[in-house]
Design a protein around this ligand. Structure first.
Ligand code: BGC
Length: 768
């Protein structure tokens, strides 16, 4: 029935229209003349109001990430002037919304439903930062696909993900949404997530009911907010843009991403949402992006606060001029574009281009054929929280947990010997926070707590647990954005915790950040464990018992005291639905941890920004031969507490027989690097082998190390595998001052190692 309606709409439109091409400046994403013809046909029938309506987007009222505006959505719905609505879910609910929209839309133009499905819809996977620590691209593609399967079955055809902002400042709350600090890794992750979300093999084909649009966000530089304060200004050089912030976005286009979202920040003086350089010169002209661009939440409105637009009307003009197609929440386009056309300040052609891009996506998604195709309540029942997705959530969580420290091999917690384990800390029973801030539909009451996971894992063993909370997790009042301070009785739980600890053989402490403490707008200047958690650790330390610290948090923390005083540290991040089981699997050794950090852990906030691929400076500090007037701090080492790429295992790995087949090569040639990786320890495991290079002398200063490739090698106990890397010209290349990709002749250091600070295997090659 629905299909028939859709089809007849198309046919009548196609035949009714003139054959003249209306949107001459429009270049389609699909390059498909039939789609172009359909788009032009619909466009030719639309009034100016109807066109502008397509560029107007609202959120479902219950989900806001900014001011809940007293919007006119009801009024515009009745005029058929809403192109898209986001953060609304459910096959039945969206069917009803679509019915309403079609009732009022004269040309029966379907509405496009979008959502922030960042790390799962209902089945919540680990936060993206955690998942990136698995360095397992296939796994990340799979979890993105599973999220998309759930989302599309629940009516959502456009995902506001992946977030692919490079982030080097752990004060910034949104580091939890990305893939960390490194350009190479984050670019691979961006590709995997775009592939997973969109679910298309031929990138022009979005026509299956489980395919969806992905959105590369936030373009650009959002992660470089000054002081790590969300939405703050960004001032970065063009070299940094090209070297660091652009690559994941360019790669997303290469993977066929269908949409981009603007960033809230201003970039070198121009807000991104009205930035011609970004959206015209770079995105459209240089990179040839043909999909659609949506603003971030109220971003046009914010042009006034930026002091860039005098009023909303000018904001509408400036952002349309920059090439923005859809206005999220601001109602700037829907309120002012018509007037701007009448005044001759913007042309209808500009509007046609934007609307063509939007219509094309609706055609590609098959919404004109069947506006109800994403609302399949039966499929929703089968797919959402399916057993397969839950198993994947467990696997992803297990693979994301990083073992930061394991002194004296206190871990894994043996099941053979009778052991009394004191379980202490606010995260032992914490459930709500385990999904992290962005778990859009994940039911927080269903996530498995640490205590539940441990009790299940050790139920038939001789291990006994005793409990004490010790202290509470400080909360956050999101209306004032200040920590709720209730420290009057701060230490009231300490005595009980110490008593329980004293009566045990080992202390397992679970601490971290309440989920509101990281995520959008949740920035911190002190990144130690919130509240008096460190004080509790100090009290527990007095007992002299070994301490294992398990952390649940969304950003690298300052663990300087903890790293010195506890015996083992397990970074579990926010693991999602299967949290407790995954952590128990790692603690017990059922799963050998293999994840490695994708963001540096600083020794203190003063070191920020600190990342492994910094420049050498003209006065590099040599810790082996310290001297005055070098680039260093008086009060702390230059090195981080835990570097990018760091992560331990319960087994050990050796790198042997490392061989390069040549020491120099020229244009069109390549060098092969081979190595044997041996599992020389006591259990099976996986090693992430990392390849770094350094360009010793170049026409622009280059970082001291750059990740260029890696392999995740799974090895049984005693097993050896040979891995091979190809070092070619492209791997040694960089953007010169004219932004051309070049490789300059000279010498290059090559490292093969277990972490960015692993100096044991260094070689030199030259490019002629
Ligand atoms: C965030 C975006 C998100 C949007 C819609 C904004 O506040 O910056 O990443 O997609 O809200 O929820």
């Amino acid at each position: 029935m629905n299909k028939l309606i859709g089809l007849s709409i198309i046919l009548s439109l196609v035949f009714a229209c003139s054959t003249e091409k209306h949107s001459s400046q429009w270049q389609s994403y699909s390059g498909d003349p039939v789609i172009e013809y359909k788009v032009d046909s619909v466009l030719s029938l639309m009034t100016l109001d109807e066109k502008i309506g397509q560029m107007n987007q609202y959120s479902g009222n219950f989900a806001s990430t900014g001011a809940v505006s007293d919007n006119q959505s009801g009024k515009y719905l009745k005029k058929g002037m809403i192109g898209s609505t986001f953060n609304v879910f459910g096959a039945d609910h969206l069917r009803m919304l679509q019915e309403q929209n079609l009732k009022y839309s004269r040309l029966k133009i379907p509405m496009l439903f979008a959502a922030d499905v960042i790390h799962g819809l209902e089945t919540t996977f680990p936060i993206p930062l955690a998942e990136a620590c698995s360095w397992d691209l296939e796994l990340m593609e799979q979890t993105a696909r599973a999220a998309a399967e759930e989302a599309t079955a629940s009516g959502v055809a456009w995902n506001f993900a992946p977030m692919i902002d490079i982030a080097r400042d752990p004060r910034w709350g949104r580091v939890m949404e990305g893939a960390g600090e490194d350009v190479f890794l984050a670019t691979q992750v961006a590709r995997a997530r775009v592939r997973g979300f969109q679910g298309i093999s031929n990138y022009r084909d979005l026509s299956k009911p489980n395919t969806m649009m992905a959105c590369a966000k936030h373009f650009v530089g959002y992660g470089a907010a000054q002081g790590g304060r969300d939405y703050h200004s960004v001032d970065v050089s063009e070299q940094s843009l090209y070297d660091t912030y652009f690559p994941p976005f360019e790669a997303a286009i290469d993977e066929g991403v269908t949409s981009f979202m603007t960033a809230f920040n201003d970039l070198n003086g121009v807000p991104c949402t009205a930035n011609n350089y970004l959206y015209k010169d770079v995105l459209r002209d240089a990179w040839g992006f043909k999909g659609m661009v949506v603003t971030d939440y109220t971003a046009i409105m914010e042009l006034m606060h930026h002091g860039f637009a005098r009023d909303l009307k000018q904001g509408a003009q400036l952002s349309l001029d920059a090439g923005i197609d859809m206005d999220m929440i601001s109602e700037a386009f829907v309120t002012h574009l018509k007037e701007l056309v009448e005044e001759g300040k913007v042309s209808e052609k500009q509007i046609d281009v934007a609307v063509s891009r939007i219509l094309e996506m609706k055609f590609l998604l098959g919404l004109f054929d069947d506006p109800y195709r994403y609302f399949d309540a039966e499929r929703q029942k089968q797919v959402v929280m399916s057993e397969a997705n839950q198993s994947l959530a467990l696997l992803a969580a297990q693979q994301s947990i990083v073992l930061l420290k394991n002194e004296g091999k206190v871990l894994p917690l043996s099941t053979e010997i009778a052991k009394k384990v004191a379980l202490i800390g606010p995260f032992v029973d914490e459930r709500e926070s385990l999904n992290g801030e962005w778990a859009i539909k994940g039911d927080r009451s269903q996530s498995v707590t640490l205590r539940e996971g441990l009790e299940a894992r050790y139920k038939d063993s001789k291990v006994q647990f005793a409990y004490a909370e010790g202290t509470e997790l400080p909360l956050l009042d999101r209306s004032t954005m200040k920590a709720e301070k209730d420290n009057q009785d701060a230490e009231r739980g300490f005595a009980e915790a110490v008593k329980v600890a004293k009566a045990s053989d080992i202390i397992l402490v679970a601490m971290g950040e309440n989920f509101h403490w990281s995520g959008e707008a949740a920035c911190r200047t002190d990144i130690t464990l919130p509240g008096n958690q460190r004080e509790l650790l100090k009290a527990l330390k007095q007992t002299g018992k070994p301490i294992i610290l398990v952390l649940f948090n969304g950003r690298p923390l300052d663990l300087s005291w903890e790293a010195e005083h506890v015996d083992a540290i397990v970074e579990a991040w926010y693991p999602g639905l299967m949290a407790g089981h995954a952590v128990a699997d790692v603690l017990s050794g059922k799963v050998n941890p293999s994840a490695k950090l994708v963001m540096t852990f600083p020794r203190n906030v003063g070191q920020i920004p600190i990342y492994y691929n910094a420049k050498n400076t003209g006065r590099p500090f040599d810790a082996k031969a310290p001297s005055d007037y070098k680039s260093s701090y008086i009060d702390v080492d230059n090195t981080p507490l835990y570097p990018f790429g760091h992560g331990l295992s319960y087994t050990s790995f050796e790198y042997t027989n490392i061989m390069l087949n040549a020491e120099s090569f020229g244009k069109g040639e390549a060098v092969k690097l081979k190595a044997d990786i041996v599992n020389s320890g006591d259990c099976d495991g996986a090693e992430i082998v990392q390849l770094y290079i350094r360009d010793r002398v170049a026409s622009l200063t280059r970082p001291v190390k750059e990740l260029k490739d890696f392999r995740k090698v799974v090895l049984r106990k005693g097993e050896t595998k040979t891995i091979e890397f190809t070092i070619d010209e492209a791997m040694l290349s960089f953007r010169d001052k004219n932004r051309k990709q070049i490789t300059e002749p000279g010498e290059f250091d090559i490292w093969l190692g277990a972490s960015s600070d692993d100096e044991s295997n260094r070689f030199v090659i030259s490019f002629k």
